[in-house]
Design a protein around this ligand. Structure first.
Ligand SMILES: [Zn+2]
Length: 461
């Protein structure tokens, strides 16, 4: 039987029995309970809902996308939108802007955003040229970023127009000044010297180039990095998101997925063009988001301290003529999220917070102790052209192993100096060291970890 599209009739307000519906539309759903749309949305979306397309549908004409083709014209744009003729021509599953795709939908539903709005990207192009790197076209290297994501609307504007599809950027690049109180303090103490170029002045303001990156997954590559089959990856993504992306299973011919997850921001100190140059030294901090500490200075963990240390050392490396890079990943609470994180905090505080039980508390609630999947993290390093890291500003064995496994050399691992750690964060850091995090200092035994405890909490019921 020829596959058919998943189609539901929006205007269906019929009184078929459930059995009749199941018989009539084995691959469809019905909208018997749905209220009619207001006039403006009805105009935008029409009467029929095409739930998903299926490989083999007669009207499909996906825009050609040849992921690792070195000729950007031959490679083609990523089209991940139903706008215009996108329903039959899209070549990517998911939606642009990660979790913000939902706010985009709210803006349209509420009438605040005209669905026909065409972005005007005049003057929005990158102020810095990032030369294409061999890694951009290497099947073994990048699987979770569109290497041309920062140029897409400019280089594929003519394709978008001719094909009546939407091509959106998945990366953007800008320049900025950072002004951090701790860095100002470092300048005051003489630990960091203003040079007017990297550290601009006595207030410790620092000049950076910033890159915002939304994830774009090449599914076969992601599957390979995670050690699963593409089919296993697609099925788990489909099932575990409550069937949110049917084309993960109905369009095996589409290999690209824009997942609804947070992205990455890269902060570069020094001249970005020097990063791929092996003659130049590089200091790198890979930092995973911890909003409670990074922004609100909670003292239960070492995150902000390490972040500031990373920024300081990155600036110093640039002052020495090299580069400093801080890559900030939106992977809150080891990618388990802040809701899980606070539940774990409660369990820790009630049980008597000791380092020996640190990971166990997370595992009890989340089932795993970590969901960050560092296997995908080096992609941004490949994109930047990094082949060697002189100073790795991280103690994480998972980050280290993943980077080295991807063929990037790490010369020196730099742990956070003890004096920068808040007292209450010792539970976390010592538990991590005992689990394999890098240190030149003492690795506690399981028995010793029982004696490392956090603040006493009497206020917990
Ligand atoms: Zn933290």
């Amino acid at each position: 039987m020829a596959p058919t599209s998943l189609v539901a009739n929006h205007a269906c307000l019929c009184d078929h029995t459930m059995n009749q519906h199941q018989h009539k539309t084995a691959q469809s759903s019905t909208n018997a309970d749905q209220q009619p749309l207001n006039e403006s949305l009805a105009q935008i979306y029409g009467d029929q809902i095409r739930l998903a397309t299926i490989s083999g549908d007669a009207d499909l004409k996906p825009i050609k996308l040849d992921w690792f083709n070195q000729d950007w014209k031959q490679r083609g744009p990523i089209v991940c939108s139903r706008r215009g003729d996108g329903i039959t021509k899209h070549n990517a599953i998911g939606a642009h802007s990660g979790p913000y795709s939902i706010y985009h939908a709210l803006s349209i539903a509420s009438g605040q955003l005209d669905s026909k709005h065409v972005p005007d990207y005049t003057n929005a192009q990158p102020p810095v040229d990032f030369a294409p790197q061999p890694q951009w076209y290497d099947k073994e290297k990048i699987a979770s970023i569109d290497p041309l994501g920062h140029l897409a609307p400019w280089i594929y504007g003519d394709v978008a127009e001719a094909e009546n599809v939407e091509v959106r950027p998945s990366m953007s690049i800008t320049k900025a000044i950072l002004s951090l109180p701790e860095i100002k303090e470092e300048v005051k103490k003489g630990n960091l010297k203003p040079d007017g170029k990297i550290v601009l002045n006595e207030d410790g303001e620092m000049a950076v180039t910033k890159i915002a990156v939304d994830p774009v997954w090449y599914l076969p590559g992601v599957a390979k990095k995670l050690g699963v089959t593409e089919n296993e990856l697609r099925r788990a993504l489909f099932e575990d998101t409550n069937g949110m992306y049917p084309e993960l299973v109905t369009r095996p011919d589409i290999k690209t997925f824009l997942p609804p997850i947070g992205g990455t921001t890269v902060y570069i100190f020094g001249n970005p063009e020097d990063i791929p140059n092996p003659e130049k030294s590089l200091a790198l901090r890979v930092h995973d988001e911890c909003s409670g500490s990074d922004v609100f200075l909670s003292d239960i963990c070492s995150c902000r301290c390490y972040l500031i240390f990373g920024l300081r050392e990155a600036a110093k490396e640039a002052q020495k003529g090299g580069n400093g890079v801080v890559a900030y990943f939106r992977k809150e609470g080891r990618s388990l999220g802040e809701v899980t994180k606070y539940l774990v905090y409660n369990a820790r505080k009630r049980a008597g917070d000791t380092a020996d039980a640190y990971f166990h508390r997370t595992e009890c609630i989340a089932g795993v102790k970590d969901a960050r999947f560092q296997e995908l993290m080096p992609d941004i390093l490949h994109w930047l052209g990094i082949t060697r890291i002189d100073r790795m500003l991280s103690m994480s064995n998972m980050k280290h192993d993943s980077i080295v496994d991807q063929g990037i050399e790490i010369v020196e691992r730099v742990e956070i100096p003890d004096e920068l750690l808040p007292a209450d964060s010792r539970v976390e850091i010592d538990a991590k060291i005992a689990s394999g995090y890098f240190t030149n200092g003492h690795v506690y035994t399981q028995e010793e970890l029982k004696t490392i405890h956090g603040r006493k909490w009497d206020g917990f019921k």
